[in-house]
Design a protein around this ligand. Structure first.
Ligand code: C2E
Ligand code: CA
Ligand code: CA
Length: 649
């Protein structure tokens, strides 16, 4: 059986309760609900006892002492009623509790001695009243002091000690019986008090634990587990708060988004484990920029969000952002693997019309996209120029949705020369769109717009069907090269529709080459690989377009079943330098070694053509060979070429 606890151990427990979650302030709050009642009760009881002894005992005992003690009780009651525990510090509340305990001793001694002295006056009724006064008052004290057990024990000990002593020494058996009864009842009450108090302490402790847990849960819900940085949810909370809080600073805050360059190829090449460690290191470096003014978060994937509070100026915010890009561009060592990821950023400042977190985020995202496209490794500040570009893009999207695409869109064809035979081996179909209100829209703009507004499937198939139909007019030895969008390969429906269109056209699939860019492959490598395998099984050839402009072209050349590589025209611009020449000849060697056809794009001069031919390039394309032209012009050109070849023969 569990032994009842010694009051001393309860006293110690009381003194240490704050460690278990019970603060002195909380104890005082609970006590405040009972103590004024207790003082009221004491005053009424003492008043009643004084009244029954009035005239029987000296006035000092029935008026003087009770009057003084009752006045003191009332003063204390008022003091307790006016107390506001929540405004007190822990130390102040603890001092208050100690003072209450001391006063309890004082009142206990005063009341019990006064009652025992009064007991000497009056007859049996009055003496009975004294016994009732003592018993009832002690029980009331025990109840009202539940939340200050030390005081309750002291009251019980002092009052019952003196009462028992007086009763035992009085030699009156009735009083002795009353004293023993009362002592027994108070002992039971103390036990109940003890149990209740412990339950109260446990409740407070579990409340404290629950609140700690919910704080921890809230913290975890706002933390990214991989990097330990706050997460997207936290970022948007802070962004909302920054937007809502009025500020005189100009700008009041700045929002930046960073995205690692080349992260996807690192993940694809070295696996997710290395990818995760790269992200964790990137997070660690970013955390070095965090401060009260700079909130650093991971938004997801390889994207990080930074909120700069009250930067001195847009230029100051840009400086911080460029520092972040530079820090993330330093090599990262994962075991013996060294990886170098770049980092680009987009920055947006709030203005009157962007008092909306999503709109502001979109602006920073747009600026980031701009960095990725044109200024890798740096941070771009969203500007008026970007606003105009967005408006223009939206105009293209709107026109795409409403246009009669079948009537307005068509293709021009650019010849690709086989230098070994001197004949046009194939023609590349290039999309053209002339809209009544926008005029002629460049293909890279409307293809991107169609991708954004989910119309690329329609546009690709419309153009492919037209190209396949046009191809029927070409000489049988001339092939067709057609560009696919980055989105096409990722969509199984589009791939199936492409296969159906090719089969339905009656064209020999071996005459068709589909050109893919690295971005198309990067979007979803596994889907892209499966789609390429299906297309090749039909005899369709696959060319990797714009080779050398991405970061991982070589990786794809190795891992994909390709037929051709189109060397981007940016290499040709440098062809007259030693470095440019050796780059092109290295890529051509690579093509030969892998058994792939290399096509050099962007040949604009005879000198360039001579150089690439010297380096063994068989297939060439560019303005010098022929500009993209309508089908009718192409047919005339092919006819002219055929006549020339016949003449030479
Ligand atoms: P691309 O596939 O790299 O196409 C070659 C682009 O280079 C064409 O621009 C062409 O006119 C241009 N070009 C050819 N030779 C020379 C040269 O010697 N010098 C210079 N400076 N440029 C030359 P275009 O027609 O404006 O097409 C731009 C891009 O739009 C294409 O780049 C391609 O990515 C995309 N595109 C065009 N048609 C389609 C299409 O039907 N579908 C898809 N998905 N994308 C298309
Ligand atoms: Ca192309
Ligand atoms: Ca190209």
């Amino acid at each position: 059986m569990k032994r009842p606890e010694h009051p001393l151990s309860i006293l110690i427990a009381t003194l240490t309760t704050s460690a278990r979650g019970l603060t002195a302030v909380r104890q005082l709050t609970e006590l405040q609900k009972q103590v004024p009642t207790l003082y009221g009760l004491l005053s009424v009881n003492a008043g009643a006892l004084a009244v029954t002894h009035y005239g029987l005992a000296p006035a000092v005992l029935t008026l003087g002492i009770p009057g003084a003690v009752i006045a003191l009780c009332l003063v204390r009651a008022v003091h307790w009623l006016r107390l506001r525990p929540e405004t007190l510090s822990e130390a102040q509340a603890a001092r208050h509790l100690r003072r209450t305990t001391v006063l309890t001793v004082f009142f206990s001694v005063a009341f019990v001695i006064w009652a025992m002295v009064l007991n000497r006056f009056g007859g049996p009724y009055e003496q009975g009243h004294v016994a009732i006064f003592v018993a009832v008052t002690v029980i009331a004290c025990i109840f009202c002091l539940t939340h200050l057990p030390v005081a309750a024990f002291l009251v019980t000990g002092i009052v019952m000690g003196v009462f028992l002593f007086c009763c035992v020494t009085s030699g009156n058996n009735v009083f002795l019986a009353i004293a023993v009864n009362t002592a027994f009842v108070t002992a039971v009450m103390v036990r109940i008090l003890n149990t209740n108090y412990r339950a109260f302490v446990d409740l407070v402790a579990s409340q404290a634990m629950a609140s700690e847990l919910s704080e921890e849960n809230a913290r975890l819900a706002q933390t990214d587990s991989l990097t330990g940085l706050p997460n997207r949810r936290y970022f948007f909370q802070q962004l909302d708060a920054a937007i809502r809080s009025p500020s005189d600073a100009d700008p009041p805050f700045a929002l930046a988004i960073f995205d690692l360059d080349r992260f996807k190829p690192i993940n694809d090449t070295y696996g997710h484990n290395v990818g995760d460690r790269v992200l964790a290191e990137a997070g660690r470096r970013l955390a070095g920029f965090a401060s009260a003014e700079v909130v650093v978060t991971r938004l997801g994937g390889d994207e990080f969000g930074v909120l700069l509070r009250a930067p001195d100026s847009a230029a100051a915010a840009l400086t911080v952002c460029d520092g972040i890009c530079t820090a993330l561009q330093q090599p990262i060592w994962i075991g013996d693997i060294q990886v170098v990821t770049g980092c680009s950023g987009g920055l947006a400042l709030p203005c009157r019309i962007t008092h909306d977190a999503d709109a502001l985020f979109d602006r920073a995202d747009y600026a980031l996209y701009h960095s990725k496209e044109q200024r890798r490794g740096a941070t771009t500040l969203f500007s008026q120029e970007h606003k105009d570009a967005i408006r223009a893009e939206q105009a293209v999207e709107t026109a795409l949705r409403t246009a009669d695409l079948a009537a307005e869109m068509g293709l021009h064809y650019q010849p690709i020369l086989d230098t070994a035979t001197g004949r046009i081996a194939l023609v590349e179909g290039l999309a053209r769109w002339t809209n009544p209100s926008l005029g002629s829209v460049p293909p890279d703009r409307f293809i991107a717009a169609a991708e954004r507004c989910g119309m690329i499937h329609t546009v690709t198939l419309l153009l492919l069907r037209k190209a396949l139909a046009d191809c029927a007019q070409l000489p049988p030895g001339t092939g067709l090269s057609f560009n696919l969008s980055a989105h096409d390969l990722a969509s199984p429906e589009t791939v199936l529709a492409i296969l159906a269109a090719v089969q339905g056209s009656g064209l020999d699939p071996r005459r068709l080459t589909l050109e893919l860019t690295e971005t198309a492959l990067m979007r979803d490598f596994d889907h892209a690989k499966a789609a390429i395998t299906t297309l090749r099984s039909l005899g369709i050839k696959i060319a990797l377009d714009d080779f050398g402009t991405g970061y991982s072209s070589l990786g794809y050349v190795h891992r994909l079943p390709l037929d051709k590589i189109k060397i981007d025209r940016s290499f040709i611009a440098d062809i007259e330098t030693d470095r440019g020449r050796s780059l092109v000849s290295t890529i051509l060697d690579l093509c030969r070694n892998l058994g792939l056809d290399g096509i050099v794009e962007g040949i604009e001069t005879q000198a360039q053509l001579d150089v690439v031919r010297r380096h063994g390039s068989r297939y060439v394309q560019g303005y010098h060979i022929g500009r993209p032209m309508p089908l009718a012009d192409l047919l005339r050109r092919l006819e002219r070429d055929a006549v020339a070849v016949r003449r030479r023969a």
